[in-house]
Design a protein around this ligand. Structure first.
Ligand code: OSB
Ligand code: MG
Length: 374
């Protein structure tokens, strides 16, 4: 067979700036990968990179380059060997992409576009394929660093009213204890957690232990990505569970961090680990080791959100995810919006990821397209 890949670059304004310890954004710089088969069916995947290498080493322009110049061309033999209208199997796509180092978010976008196509050929939903056990998932919301405590209380108040089942505050040195105290005073019982995106250091252990009084579900990624020992040291001083995000890059790194005692809860993001197959494998490992998992987010459009919700429907996802409604991010999404219902989102049931961009929205939001045929 042959496949035409179309790399769509989009810009979508966020409803409010999203500030974290690694920077601020007010427009989401999105890349959607479309894989078009011989008979004109499209599969879709979202690349979750940020515009700059602040969360991890990947960034959007680099991801587009590596997809165009390396990842997609690497698939040419595999696609060429396949019979007409028979998309290569997901495992073979993952194996072919694995010859290239790193770049998990770019790999995930390419792999997911082909997986969507492969599932559509079989009339199978991503949820069914992955092993989903529920048709609705519990949703939390991630709250960026605002300019004042008043703004924080106002924003959190909106989310609590909308029914979100858990609140996550972004924190950094200088924006932590006062913010937590203010939210806890207003909502003593709300399920609450924090995410530092690597902003603290080993020497902050005593400071992080002061978070314990706020009865948090977890502290997400307090230290740098490569500091596994540091997370273990912190967890011997802090009672609140430590949950790794950026440090978990593969099944083996997950197993290492768990066995070593650096993490007792895991945030799973398909983009960070190179795709949904590996995300499912990390889930399976965590279930076996009795480590609770939850589905992270990267401010996805409906394309990435649909697939994340299918993943979050697996049995080990026992904590609410950063799988918020479209309205938390965008006034207008590129797909039909995901709407919160009683603090939950419905798992898509259509073939593949179960959703696709609305052509007019895609055209309006698009800033560039590049085509690569294999
Ligand atoms: O660390 O979880 C993170 C957004 C962009 C990059 C990293 C992170 C986040 C979030 C928001 O916390 C999650 C979401 O609502 O999509
Ligand atoms: Mg995080």
């Amino acid at each position: 067979m042959s496949i035409s890949f179309v790399i769509h670059s989009l810009e979508i304004p966020l409803v409010r700036p999203f500030r974290t310890s690694f920077g601020s954004q007010s427009v989401r710089d999105v890349v959607l990968v479309e894989a078009v088969s011989d008979n004109g069916v499209s599969g879709w995947g979202e690349c979750v990179t940020m515009a700059w290498p602040g969360y991890s080493a990947e960034y959007t322009r680099g991801a587009v380059n590596v997809m165009r110049d390396f990842l997609i061309p690497t698939l040419a033999p595999l696609v060429g060997e396949s019979a007409a209208d028979s998309t290569p199997a997901p495992d073979s796509v993952r194996a072919a992409l694995a010859v290239m180092q790193g770049n998990p978010m770019a790999k995930s976008a390419v792999e997911t576009a082909l997986l969507d196509l492969w599932l559509k050929e079989r009339n199978l939903s991503l949820g069914e394929f992955l092993g989903a056990v529920r048709d609705r998932v519990d949703c939390g919301v991630s709250v960026g660093i605002p300019s004042s405590i008043e703004d924080l209380i106002q924003e959190v108040g909106q989310y609590v009213e909308q029914g979100y089942r858990r609140i996550k505050l972004k924190v950094e040195p200088g924006w932590d204890l006062d913010a937590l105290r203010a939210v806890r005073n207003e909502w003593p019982g709300v399920p609450l957690q924090v995410d530092a995106n690597q902003a603290y250091r080993r020497s902050d252990a005593e400071h992080l232990a002061r978070f314990d009084e706020f009865d948090l579900l977890l502290i997400e990624q307090p230290l740098p990505e490569d500091d596994i020992l540091g997370h273990k040291l912190i967890s011997s001083v802090v009672s609140t569970p430590i949950c790794l995000d950026e440090s978990i890059l593969s099944v083996d790194s997950a197993e290492g961090a768990i066995e070593f005692g650096a993490t007792t809860i895991v945030n799973i993001k398909p983009g960070r680990v190179g795709g949904f197959l590996t995300a499912r494998d990390i889930h399976d490992l965590c279930v076996e080791k009795e480590i609770p998992v939850w589905c992270g987010g990267m401010l996805e459009t409906g394309v990435g959100r649909a697939a994340n919700i299918a993943l979050a429907a697996l049995p080990g996802f026992t904590l609410p995810g950063d799988t918020s409604a479209s309205s938390r991010y965008y006034k207008e999404d590129v797909t039909e919006p995901f709407v919160l219902d009683n603090g939950q989102l419905a798992v898509p049931t259509g073939p593949g990821i179960g959703i696709e961009p609305i052509a007019a929205n895609l055209a309006e939001m698009s800033t560039a397209t590049e085509r690569v045929d294999v």
